[in-house]
Design a protein around this ligand. Structure first.
Ligand code: NAD
Length: 319
């Protein structure tokens, strides 16, 4: 029997999820968004079973799963409401915009029969999963550090709502992606410090729009992170240094450059792929998880650790 999936939040990422979920043969799509135009833009492209302007009304009709694609300040409340009704939840990252409301999800999960996963989609990309495999295979030896850079002005202009601009520290919360994969590659974070500012003269200026951080990991490595809502087109880079070699990846050319000490040639791997591929893998992981066939890639507890790292950085910046 087909599953009824409610996509809550039909903006930039909600539309992508809805179209990709619709391409599966086992799903009926329902939509929920207080802005009817945002739902209409999806209804023009796919067959939608039902639309709702109110989330509680949508839950009353008992969907099998909810896809939470709303601004982060709404994630916790919406997840908790669904979990109380034993409805499975896929929640876009970050799990919440603050720790205390994320804890409410963990409490709700304990007394629910439903399951929940969080969407850090980079883990499903060819680029970041290849880096992880190379690290696990010991390609660059013992890791000593990382340099990460992220520029994402286009996020502000592609969104259907203005929450990225209004929400303080949206740069850090939205790009918890970077904390998620750094934890995946380097393990738990011991310490994090950083600085932020509002700079430049672009039309959209969230506060902050520039941030820099230094992370120290429990196993010893040190990482630096530069993030901004300035660069357009956006880019993401990572350099990882180990005692047997180093690795560099840039989203601009979608290649991994692997240098091994004592080896003259740099090994270059093309990790380009169609953008939707990683989302399709993410969906597949979620459905196999709720069917009891597979472990989930990103648990709520894991996403909570990532949020706590981001929160520590925000606390430091606010001092
Ligand atoms: N995994 C990724 O690569 C990725 C990419 C983009 C965004 N995101 C995350 O997805 C979330 C949404 O981001 P976006 O860029 O799509 O934002 P957006 O502004 O484009 O969309 C948000 C949508 O939520 C709707 N909404 C607001 N209140 C609602 C409510 N009470 N009920 C239902 N809908 C409501 C808005 O009307 C809007 O359509 C954020 O948490 C963001 O961090 C993840």
């Amino acid at each position: 029997m087909k599953k009824n999936v409610l996509v809550a939040g039909c903006g930039s990422i909600g539309k992508r999820h809805a179209l990709l979920l619709n391409a599966r043969t086992d799903i009926n799509i329902r939509l929920c968004d207080p802005v009817a135009d945002n739902m209409d833009s999806i209804c023009k492209e796919i067959k939608v079973e039902k639309t709702f302007v109110n989330y509680k009304d949508a839950l009353c009709e008992k969907p099998d799963c909810v896809w939470i694609c709303t601004p982060e300040a709404l994630h916790s409340e919406m997840a908790v409401e669904a979990l109380k009704l034993n409805i499975d939840v896929f929640c876009e990252k970050p799990v919440s915009d603050n720790i205390s409301s994320a804890e409410k999800i963990i409490t709700a999960l304990k007394s629910s029969r439903a399951k929940m996963a969080v969407g850090y989609v980079l883990r499903y990309t060819k680029a970041y999963s290849s880096i992880k495999s190379l690290l696990d295979a010991g390609s660059i030896g013992n890791l000593v550090g990382a340099e990460v850079s992220l520029g994402a002005y286009d996020t502000l202009t592609c969104a259907k709502s203005d929450f990225y601009i209004r929400q303080p520290y949206s740069l850090i919360l939205t790009y918890t992606h970077e904390f998620d994969y750094l934890r995946w590659f380097l393990g738990p974070v011991k310490e994090i410090i950083g600085f932020s500012n509002v700079l430049g003269n672009l039309p959209e200026k969230p506060s902050p729009n520039v941030a820099g951080a230094v992370l120290r990991f429990e196993k010893g490595p040190i990482a630096t992170l530069m993030m901004d809502y300035i660069r357009s087109p956006g880019e993401r880079t990572i350099r990882l240094t180990g005692d047997k070699g180093s690795m560099y990846y840039s989203s601009c050319d979608r290649k991994i450059y692997l240098s091994r000490y004592g080896v003259k040639d740099i090994e270059i791997t093309d990790v380009s792929e169609e953008r939707n591929t990683s989302f399709i893998k993410e969906h597949d992981n979620f459905f196999r998880y709720i069917a009891g066939e597979k472990a989930v890639t990103i648990t709520v507890e894991d996403a909570m650790e990532t949020l706590m790292t981001a929160q520590k950085l925000i606390d430091y910046m606010e001092k």
